[in-house]
Design a protein around this ligand. Structure first.
Ligand SMILES: Nc1nc2c(ncn2[C@@H]2O[C@H](COP(=O)(O)OP(=O)(O)OP(=O)(O)O)[C@@H](O)[C@H]2O)c(=O)[nH]1
Ligand SMILES: [Mg+2]
Length: 299
């Protein structure tokens, strides 16, 4: 299955809900606008975004005299796409660069580090993986497997080692080797755990201080988490001043709207999206393409 197909099938639930309102009566009347706003809210886009987008489209429809629901579909995709802030810099291709991956347990951090390392290697960049998830022995092994798969060295320490010291050593080693891209995996944690969030803030501060390369902090977020994803993102952003997002599992039965809610409300660009578990299942984010898959192309 191609990437667009897996994205489309992943976003099926959102699209079906949106399709329903387009086919219900076909007329753009008061009910249509109410249904549209409700559908966007139910698709996890958040009430604020849903209202703003619906109001703008309503103005546009009046201005351009759009009376058939089907005429709104393209405008909706374009208007949704405009909610995504663009990235000023791509931390995976604008090198040198050091990136820390953070997020809750199981979001896809380790997998994403592996995929990105594979890409960097293919592109001929000298890449180094840092393993600051020293919480579980299995986490270190998992990262090493990804390093082998990607053909990229992994620098880590034994289980229980202080993650901030590991980062310090990783950056040291990267400088010694002249690495251009450093990808550092961290242990998953709940945004509600104050101790673990403090530990992570220290990891970020030490890395920002020690590194002579620009440091980016990227939140990896599972698209299937739903509305709770926005709370998570907000807490991580408050604690760490995030630079951007990677949204994973968009090949699943995600509603997808959560990606828009977080990116738009926190003003954070989406650098990449995960569309599967394999090395190649990572894509550059294209807001237009994403929104067309979300809204559908009509029948
Ligand atoms: N379908 C799908 N599965 C994914 C994607 N990204 C990661 N996964 C799967 O999600 C699970 C968790 O991925 P990990 O990379 O281990 O997640 P993590 O954030 O490192 O987890 P912790 O280290 O426990 O915090 C694994 O089974 C991955 O294969 C994706 O884009 N699509
Ligand atoms: Mg992990």
């Amino acid at each position: 299955m191609g990437f667009l197909d897996s994205l489309r099938s992943g976003l099926k639930r959102s699209r079906e809900a949106i399709n329903e309102i387009f086919y219900m009566g076909g007329e753009v009347d008061e009910d249509f606008w109410e249904d549209l706003e409700d559908t966007l809210v139910m698709g996890d886009m958040g009430a604020e975004v849903a209202m703003r987008v619906t109001d703008d489209l309503r103005d546009q429809a009046a201005r351009e005299n759009l009376t058939r629901a089907e005429q709104i579909r393209d405008a909706l995709a374009r208007r949704l796409a405009a909610e995504f802030p663009a990235a000023e810099r791509d931390p995976f291709t604008d090198l040198p660069s050091c990136v820390l991956f953070v997020g809750i347990n199981g979001a896809g951090k380790t997998t994403t580090v592996g995929k990105l390392a594979g890409r960097a290697r293919e592109a001929g960049a000298s890449c180094l993986i840092g393993g600051a998830d020293t919480f579980r022995a299995a986490a270190i092994e998992q990262l090493e497997v990804w390093g082998q798969r990607a053909g990229v060295d992994v620098v880590t320490r034994e289980r229980g080692a202080d993650p901030a010291s590991v980062c310090y050593e990783v950056v040291d080693e990267a400088e010694r080797r002249g690495s251009e891209l450093v990808l550092i995996d961290t242990a998953g944690r709940l945004h509600t755990s104050a101790d673990l969030m403090r530990e992570l803030a220290k990891v970020v501060n030490v890395t920002r201080k020690r590194s002579s390369m620009p440091v980016s902090v990227v939140l990896v977020i599972d698209a299937t988490t739903g509305q709770n994803g926005l709370n998570q993102a907000r807490e991580f952003n408050d604690a760490l001043e995030l630079d951007g997002l990677i949204v994973t599992k968009l090949d699943g039965t995600a509603k997808g709207g959560i990606a828009l809610a977080i990116s738009s409300q926190l003003g954070l660009p989406i650098y990449r999206i995960g569309v599967g578990e394999a090395l190649d299942d990572l894509q550059t984010f294209d807001a237009q393409e994403f929104c067309r898959a979300l809204v559908g192309e009509g029948m």
